[in-house]
Design a protein. Structure first.
Length: 266
């Protein structure tokens, strides 16, 4: 997560971040799949770009305790939280578009729910390719607003949908840039999550604005308007207590071809 992002100041909310919903992380199945398919017996290196408070890397470390794991984030506040969780991971404050690592440094690179915060997205993808080793894998995971038009956050906070459509590149745009950089076997997978939202519980989450970057990315006026609408509808009983909800997540996977030379990208 980037401090400097127009969506949120993560230094300001770092101490509260892990108390929000959905912050617990299990071992990344994409990482486990890569480990299982990897032919080399050498110790592997993993980089998480936009690592936030580090929960994903700490979880991954339980599966591969001998791996070299590095987390990069622009927010010093988020990294301070990460440092408290593990000293076995190298936590590095840096810009995702200017990674402070030599070429060909990592076997596996992930970027989870952070890509929309980066201003220089193409440069971030280019630098990820540079530091990835030949045969290495890059996995990007994020919300897909183009497939989430019926998400309740967008219904009550329509300005958030506009912000997301601005900040989250369409999958085809990400793929085109990645293939132009040199990534091979670029594939996408959409995961449609259908669930029931209990509005009287959800409103407590909404009132904690810091738990969701969609709410931090909009104006105070737009946030207050959506919150008041939800409060009024619940008070008057004009909406069902339970609402169907839907969110689409996107995973993009790619690999660096064996024998790749990164000098032309530096």
């Amino acid at each position: 997560m980037a401090t400097g992002s127009r969506r949120a100041d993560y230094d300001a909310i770092a101490s509260l971040y892990d108390s929000g919903p959905g912050r617990v992380r299990a071992v990344d199945p994409e990482f486990l799949a890569f480990v299982e398919q990897r032919a080399s017996s050498e110790a592997l290196s993993l980089l998480d770009i936009g690592c936030g408070t580090g929960s994903q890397l700490v979880a991954n470390l339980t599966a591969e305790p001998d791996a070299r794991m590095v987390g990069v984030d622009r927010s010093a506040g988020m990294l301070r939280q990460a440092c408290r969780k593990s000293r076995a991971v190298a936590w590095v404050q840096a810009d995702a578009a200017a990674l402070p690592f030599p070429a060909l440094s990592f076997d596996f690179i992930s970027c989870q729910f952070a890509f929309h915060h980066f201003e220089a997205k193409a440069n971030m993808l280019r630098d990820a390719f540079r530091v990835l080793r030949p045969g290495g894998r890059f996995v990007l995971r994020n919300l897909c607003p183009q497939e989430s038009s019926d998400w309740l956050y967008y219904e009550y906070f329509p300005e958030a949908q506009l912000a997301d459509l601005r900040d989250f590149w369409p999958p085809a745009a990400v793929i085109a840039v990645m293939e132009g950089i040199g990534f091979l076997t670029v594939t996408t997978e959409h995961e449609h999550l259908h669930f029931e939202q209990k509005l009287r519980e959800w409103i407590d989450v909404v009132r904690r604005r810091d738990t969701c970057s969609q709410l931090l990315a909009i104006s105070d006026v737009a946030y207050e308007a959506g919150l008041r609408r939800l409060e009024r509808e619940l008070e008057l009983g004009t909406v069902p207590q339970h609402r169907a909800d839907h969110l689409c997540l996107l995973t993009i996977r790619a690999k660096k071809p064996s024998g790749s030379v990164s000098s032309t990208l530096c």
